[in-house]
Design a protein around this ligand. Structure first.
Ligand code: ISL
Length: 615
């Protein structure tokens, strides 16, 4: 027997809108954000790497799609050890991508079309080639020594010898999180690559320098920031100044994440940033978006980061749903169980219902493509499963993020050789796992094919020509061979494409307040294949104080076999209309009678509006 409702039935409801008028909710509750990973978006000069002029030539693709905000992954000056997430000058553009004048042109081009630009803010760490770090490593007495995390070797150990690192923390990209500096005999912390030393946020001078840089960009006209790993900036320090060891799960290195995730001062730092940077601009009426990337964040901290009363950030990217197919680690993928996905989404929807706000995403530049991951990228089901997953996500309560190519139903790369990979994380883990005998090369290749970040980074497929219209040169990462079929030109020409379906989803969010703001209620928490929920919002109707309850029922078949919808779910929805569907009804039918049965990967949204009595 399948339960109709989940345990979150009694969860508090409310939050935005604060009053009765949906129009009073912040603009970003109605917005769709589109992420551009510039290296892979479009190349204008034939060097095989995407660039800013390439983006400028594709702005109409974004406008036609109904995008409100573009989040641009880093274009700053960088040695490119982590494709720009290692920044050596925050206030200039890498020649690989263009010039500051190109950013100005991008801001102008987006603003002309009614869109905004959000920049990536990478301030947990800099590049080791940033002048701040060059100065810091110059010696123990240098002015900026304390701008980074320098520590002596473990007591009693010879500096620079195996195991003498100050803590046993493993870096995100494999290997120790500490690098030894021979000249000074000390180590610096790098949670990511050795070329990405962590900034010391305990130092107020560091915070002031970051704030000044952010104001400089806001003065230039950008509309906000996506804040890279912002919940890792505060580390737990013992009274003697040392950092604690983490638990060892495999090999000799440990998991330091409890000592830097949502650390002791992080909320203080974000509130300070809001006060020092954003508040004056907001007071002048500037529309700004702030979103924190927060791996490992809990619902409790997610609510604290995004509760408007606390003035930290507007929303965060949580990672729980990205873990539903992880086994012992991300490199040990297991099939996703739909009930796990419902449990995690349900918990976040309930947890941020009253205060705070969710961001919603499947894809970004760090994740495999959702149609290959949770959908089915075979020719038979690629289009339908991409639409079904899009509908499922975009009808939750929160601000949706679309990653370049997701709107085309782009798939994983399906690489088979290690030489095809470029990503520092993939190459680092391959080396570490194979070296320690944790996995064979064949196992690691299978893991990379399923989970590697390069799956998201293959060039955007604009047309069916050689290199998919991405570049006239040699692409820095192989183009997916399926671009003959999967490409933007073909998709715009086909009303039934994944692309047009995303366009309709975006229009729905703009036009129908219950899509953006309605309360969320999960149904059928135990069903293994049908994902079902309702949304509801009281909206003003007419000028006489009357209100109407606008309600949606969302049904999605997350699988390749037909499904019957349990009758109890449809109770009361007899007179409803179909607002949006992945499949045309029989005879173009628009009747809920047809929804008792879902075709493979079919999804639909029903709407009913029983009028409420005036208050
Ligand atoms: O990619 C991941 C999934 O395994 C994460 O470990 C990822 O590194 C983490 O989410 C942080 O990501 C961000 O910061 C990194 C950068 O490499 C990523 O591209 C960025 O999104 C360091 O700046």
């Amino acid at each position: 027997m399948t339960a109709l409702h989940g345990p979150d039935d009694d969860a508090p409801r409310g939050g935005w809108p604060a009053g009765d008028d949906p129009a009073a909710a912040p603009w970003w509750t109605r917005a769709v954000v589109y992420q551009i990973y510039p290296r892979s978006f479009r190349d204008s000069d034939g060097d095989g790497v995407g660039d800013l002029p390439g983006i400028l030539r594709r702005l109409d693709h974004l406008a036609d799609l109904g995008v409100d905000v573009v989040w641009l992954s880093p274009v700053y000056t960088s040695p490119q050890a982590d494709n720009g997430y290692d920044i050596s000058d925050y206030q200039d553009v890498d020649p690989l991508f263009g010039t500051l004048a190109d950013v100005d042109a991008l801001i102008a081009g987006l603003h002309e079309r009614g869109m905004k630009l959000v920049m990536d803010l990478v301030v947990n760490h800099t590049s080791d080639e940033h002048p701040w770090f060059v100065n810091s490593r110059a010696g123990r007495a240098s002015d900026r020594r304390d701008w980074y995390w320098w520590r002596p070797a473990r007591p009693g150990m010879e500096p620079g010898t195996p195991g003498a690192e100050p803590t046993n923390w493993r870096s995100f990209f494999g290997g120790s999180a500490w690098a030894f500096d021979e000249a000074s005999g000390e180590y610096y912390l790098h949670l990511f690559d050795t070329k990405q030393p962590d900034l010391n946020w305990e130092n107020p001078d560091v915070r002031r320098a970051v704030h000044a840089m952010m104001r400089w960009w806001l003065d230039r006209g950008v509309d906000g920031f996506r804040m890279d790993v912002i919940n890792l900036i505060s580390k737990t320090i013992a009274p003697d100044g040392s950092l604690p060891d983490g638990e060892v799960h495999y090999g000799v290195l440990g998991d330091g994440s409890p000592y830097y995730t949502d650390g002791p001062r992080v909320h203080e730092y974000l509130a300070e940033m809001h006060r020092e940077v954003f508040a004056p601009y907001l007071a002048q009426g500037r529309e700004i978006l702030t979103v924190g990337e927060t791996p490992g964040v809990t619902v409790e901290h997610g609510r604290r980061y995004t509760d408007p009363a606390r003035r930290e950030v507007d929303m965060v990217f949580q990672f729980e749903h990205m873990g539903v197919d992880h086994g012992a680690s991300k490199w040990d993928p297991v099939p996703m169980r739909l009930t796990d996905l419902k449990a995690t989404f349900g918990r976040w929807q309930a947890g941020l219902a009253e205060a705070g706000w969710n961001s919603l995403y499947w894809d970004n530049h760090d994740q495999p493509r959702v149609v290959s991951r949770f959908g089915d990228d075979s020719p038979e089901h690629r289009v339908a499963s991409a639409k079904a997953l899009a509908l499922l996500l975009h009808l939750h309560r929160g601000t949706p993020y679309v990653y370049q190519g997701e709107e085309l139903g782009m798939t994983n790369a399906h690489f088979t050789r290690i030489e095809q990979y470029q990503d520092v994380e993939s190459l680092g883990h391959y080396a570490e796992m194979v070296e320690h005998g944790v996995a064979t090369p064949e196992q690691m290749l299978a893991a990379l094919a399923a989970m590697g970040r390069d799956n998201a980074r293959t060039p955007v497929q604009w047309d069916a020509s050689e290199h998919a219209g991405f570049t006239s040169g040699t692409p820095w990462l192989e183009v997916n061979p399926n671009h003959g079929e999967v490409n933007a030109e073909a998709a715009w020409a086909d009303e039934d494409s994944v692309l047009h379906f995303y366009r309709r989803l975006h229009a729905l969010r703009h036009d129908v307040p219950v899509v953006a703001l309605g309360d969320f209620r999960m149904l059928l928490p135990d069903h293994e294949q049908v994902y079902a929920f309702t949304r509801a919002l009281d909206v003003p109707s007419g000028g006489g104080g009357e209100r109407e309850r606008d309600e949606l029922l969302v049904l999605v078949n997350v699988g390749g076999t037909p499904q019957d919808v349990p009758a109890a779910v449809l109770d009361g929805w007899g007179g409803a209309s179909v607002l949006l569907a992945t499949h045309p009804g029989p005879d173009g039918a628009d009747r809920p009678g047809v929804v008792g049965h879902l075709a493979p990967w079919e999804g639909l949204v029903l709407r009913r509006r029983p009028t409420l009595p005036p208050r």
